[in-house]
Design a binder for this molecule. Structure first.
Ligand SMILES: Nc1nc2c(ncn2[C@@H]2O[C@H](COP(=O)(O)OP(=O)(O)O)[C@@H](O)[C@H]2O)c(=O)[nH]1
Ligand SMILES: [Mg+2]
Length: 200
């Protein structure tokens, strides 16, 4: 019964470079997922997996974890192979929404984050794409403010200011300082709202 319920739901595919927090985001959205996460230089998500996600307000979807991009020789696959695998997965999974993850820490942001955003935006055509900015637990002030404060960065990356987004931390609660644990729940709700508002 539950399976039928979720089968009729829509597909949300999470993409982004290796280590940006895709699997951690999945675990945040789907507590029973237990997706493997790692900060190893070797990408640990070796094949795509989908998990049922309760979006609240009687909505649900499948969220799909994918292999990381641009892992090059450190990754499970060489970069061109990963790109090909992701492109073919995006075709096969028929997404209703694509979530592009990138870190919000300036030292971790690279031009390739912008390049990949635009590359995959054109690959998916009419499918909506939203951005989740991760790694923001050290950001001073409301997380959402990261976007407006970093217009210059977004411009350099070629990511339009008007892109729908959520600014979050996906670091598991156990790793967050006691005074910051609430950011995890806040982040989960921000991403769920982003998905609900942009699912076709
Ligand atoms: N500081 C910080 N670390 C994070 C965050 N999200 C994930 N991580 C850590 O970054 C590493 C890579 O995360 P993972 O979810 O495996 O990334 P993926 O390769 O994109 O799936 C893990 O050690 C995570 O615990 C975040 O928001 N902040
Ligand atoms: Mg992963």
């Amino acid at each position: 019964m539950i399976l039928i319920y979720f089968q009729s739901q829509r597909n949300v595919v999470i993409i982004g470079q290796s280590g940006v927090g895709k699997s951690s985001l999945i675990n945040m959205l789907c507590p029973s997922a237990n997706a493997r996460t790692s900060n190893d230089i070797i990408g640990c998500t070796r094949h795509e997996t989908m998990y049922p996600c309760d979006l609240g307000i009687r909505q649900s979807c499948w969220v799909h974890d994918t292999i990381g991009l641009e892992e090059r020789s450190w990754g499970f696959l060489w970069a061109p192979k990963e790109e090909k695998q992701l492109k073919s997965y995006l075709k096969k999974s028929k997404p209703h929404l694509v979530v592009y993850c990138m870190p919000g820490v300036r030292r971790s942001l690279k031009k390739s984050h912008g390049r990949n955003f635009n590359k995959f935006k054109s690959v998916i055509g009419n499918v909506p794409i939203v951005v989740v900015v991760t790694n923001l637990e050290e950001w001073e002030g409301p997380l959402e403010r990261w976007w407006s404060r970093n217009m210059d960065v977004l411009q350099k990356l070629g990511i339009p200011e008007s892109t729908k987004h959520a600014c979050v931390t996906t670091l598991p609660k156990d790793y967050l300082e006691p005074s910051k644990k609430y950011l995890y729940d806040l982040s989960r709700e921000a991403v769920k709202a982003l998905i609900r508002n942009n699912l076709r």
